[in-house]
Design a binder for this molecule. Sequence first.
Ligand code: SF4
Length: 688
Amino acid sequence: MTGAIRTTCPYCGVGCGVLATPDGKGGLSVRGDPDHPANFGRLCSKGTALGETLGLDGRILTPLVGGASATWDHALDLVAQRFSDTIRDHGPDSVGFYLSGQMLTEDYYAANKLIKGYIGTANVDTNSRLCMASSVAGHKRAFGSDTVPGTYEDLEQADLVVLVGSNLAWCHPVLYQRLVAAKQARGTKVVVVDPRRTATCDIADLHLRLAPGSDAALFNAVLVALADRGALDRDYIAGHVSGFDDALSAARSSSSAMTGLDRAELATFLDWFTTTERVVTVYSQGINQSESGTDKVNAILNCHLATGRIGHPGMGPFSVTGQPNAMGGREVGGLANMLACHLDIENAAHRAAVQGFWASPTIPAKPGLKAVEMFDAVAQGRIRALWIIHTNPAVSMPDADAVARAIKGCDFVVVSDVTGTDTTRLADVVLPATAWAEKSGTVTNSDRTISRQRAVLPAPGQARDDWRMIADVAARMGWGGAFGWDSAGAVFREYAQLSGIAGDLGRDFDISGLAQADYDTLPPTRWPVNARQQGGRFFGAGGFFTPDARARLLPITPRLPAAKTGARYPFRLNTGRIRDQWHTMTRTALAPRLNQHIAEPFLEIHPDDARELGLEAATLARVSSPQGQAVLRVAITDKVQRGQVFAPMHWTGDTAPTGRVDALVAPVTDPVSGQPESKASVVAIAPL
Ligand code: SF4
């Protein structure tokens, strides 16, 4: 196909392959890549409209210092000087970096190397903390590694697919399309576990509208049913698992009544789960974005480990990630509690290996501040210089008004981004970054497939690649030799070499087989890639990444959200995505057809609740929480249950109250993963 360039969609974690063809006038057309193993030619509404989002409206085309155009040299000198001064005067932990699952792996790697290996702080976290940190923590507790065991094909080979806290139809549309096709072909049973009736329920054979936050109680009930009905795999447990007895005992101590489910529908689910060998449990933000998210993840993993339904075709727990490169960020150690290549920051041998490979002057020995903690530290003046890359925390963090105030009050703030946002407006220095279709690198999707993003169009104005501007700052701080890459491919090769050391240390993430690969023509490749293993599944024959190679079942005591509804705040607010917008809409809002699906921020509320409050359909409601306020268009629907409301998280705005829904969300986090609870804030509602 003449002129078409193979690249990857920059939105969700499905990671669809895209064929992009420049039109010779600065734009391009797109279609799905028929050869990409994630989508085989399919694209959803957002991917199809990519060509309509390339205009220069709102683009940042030059560095900005104090809001005025500046040269790159001036901006980079200032960034390096202010960070160096802050570190000299207050120590390395007085600086912080807040990254994004939108970054390419090479950009992430460069940032992590500078921050952990040269500056010497672990105060680097990412908006993936808001997305799937509970899955990371749950995987590590159970498997000893952050490993997604299965593949997308498993959804097509399963006889039962359980979707927990996942509106797959809107949030991972192409994977949903693959599941629909599989259901038509082989009659796959589909169970949706979600308090809300979403578009995904269109294919549900059973919809369990459980009480918000009660998922762990449901999967404890599954574990008990598996034990009582003789559905355990005793050989797998004996050979590959520890902690089964304690996990079962804890499960027996919890009550399925917490779920609020009808006895008959619960019985149906337990029948299906216990009698079906090929089960895939897909889980997403309804599990992860929870103050007990890690326990929920482990309650799910317990059921698969106790049955040996893991690592075989059509079986396994499956975490689907929200962002295009959430997985890549995990792999390069973009989170505050990780090192590169799934090595552990608290393991001295791992630290020594990374520091030795980097030949770096330092490496932190303890985890840094996680996202919510980091912005608290900014507010308290403990972090005095902050660099935010490709994310908009003034809108997307919980307690967003407080986060915006913290950023505004910080001594020195740098933001690298593509377009102006609520956050760039608070920055001292804004660095113009290349966007999708202009930059080169790799991303990893939810089933461990590494795909290339390729530059199709020239960078506009003075926009620069992220890895390069990070290297430019590193050089100005005195470390140029370690950051002297000449291309994204050179960064990737270094990263792949480091992963070989991780593999030698017994870690799962080893792509050393790609270190000599032709980067320009690299096809989509599922990791691991090394002499021992090429792609495939993990854990079918055991072999976990714990010291004794056995998986851990965890005893789980379910916890409902701590904040209780009451007279002052009588409703529970669930937040999430809509089909045709992405994050804070900086790109998708540029495509007119994507704005036609849903044009305004809205509040789904049950008809009986709306009647009691005197709310009419399509009028405006003021929504208040202890943290802030928003104004939303009323959508009366029984998709939500009484006492529960739903609002999308995409809309922004300068003046409160607006559709900035995260201004309502309390900064409550899971104690293990640090992931915020985004599904269960308490709010009051009144007609405007
Ligand atoms: Fe892009 Fe996700 Fe849609 Fe695929 S499913 S086209 S990756 S938004």
